[in-house]
Every structure is written in C-alpha cells, then in structure tokens.
Design a protein around this ligand. Structure first.
Ligand code: CMP
Length: 136
C-alpha cells in the first residue's frame, strides 16, 4: 500500500550561511525524497513569529524567531512514502548533541538553535506549514 506524503523542510540560516544547501538537498534525494518545490527566501521577524506561533509560550520563542529571520533560508516541499516520519528520522533529534550518527543535525547542526534543518512534525502540520510558504 502506498502512503505518499508531502512535508515541509527548511534549510536554516546557519546551513545556508555555510553554503550547505546543495549537500543537504542531495542527502534528501539519496533517501528517496523528491524535491517538488523549492525557494530561497529571507523572511521577516513577523513571518517567523507566525510560522513558529505554536511555540509562542516557550522561553526560546523570541530568539527562535530572531534566528529564523536572521538570514536566507531554503524552503522545500519534500515528497516520498511516509515523508513526515522519514524526514524526521533523517534530521535526527532537535539538539545536535542528542542526534544519532548519520543524521543531518548530527552532521551539520551547531547547537539546538542552529540545528540546520526544520521538518514538519505531523501530516496535519505539514499541510499547514506547506500552505504557509507555498500557497499561491
Ligand atoms: P525546529 O524543529 O525548527 O522547531 C522549533 C525550534 O526551536 C527547534 O527546531 C530548535 O531549533 C529551537 N529550540 C530552541 N530551544 C529549544 C528547546 N529548548 N527545545 C526545543 N526546541 C528548541
């Protein structure tokens, strides 16, 4: 039974700044993801606040929004079987210190903030996050 899904991936400012986007895109392709849509953008703090609004009660919210709006990012629609879960597996734990060997955050992440990639955490949030960046 096929279970083709789409999920949102963001290559965050720390990775774009180190020019890692092509290498990270190749990692997705190697794991069977198709990059359906892609754009490089620099979002405002207001947009970062909207994007991360589920975290607005967290102590790290302000820094997180400052960070996501601090430089260019690459946003992508990724597609494959079980894309949401497979992307989360490939990314690894939120904090690079805890991430398993071979995961993107282990390989490229610098800190819990500068963890190189974001991925939707559920199919429902994937739809919301894809609409946020790619509607119209
Ligand atoms: P991301 O998957 O983009 O979702 C929210 C981000 O908040 C997360 O990655 C981390 O980069 C950042 N963050 C900063 N501090 C924390 C924390 N204590 N717990 C979880 N996420 C954090």
């Amino acid at each position: 039974m096929s279970n083709i899904e789409q999920t949102l991936s963001i290559i965050k400012p720390d990775a774009v700044e180190r020019n890692l986007q092509d290498q990270i895109k190749q990692e997705f392709i190697n794991k069977g993801f198709e990059i359906i849509k892609e754009k490089k953008i620099h979002i405002s703090k207001e947009d970062a606040e909207k994007f991360y609004k589920v975290h607005n009660s967290k102590p790290f919210y302000n820094d997180l929004c400052d960070y996501l709006s601090s430089g260019p990012i690459v946003v992508m629609t990724l597609q494959r079987e079980s894309a949401v879960m497979e992307n989360r597996k490939l990314m690894g734990a939120t904090n690079p210190i805890d991430a398993e060997e071979g995961t993107l955050r282990k390989k490229y992440g610098i800190s819990i903030d500068k963890n190189s990639v974001h991925g939707s955490d559920s199919l429902e949030n994937a739809r919301i996050e894809l609409d946020f960046f790619f509607k119209n």
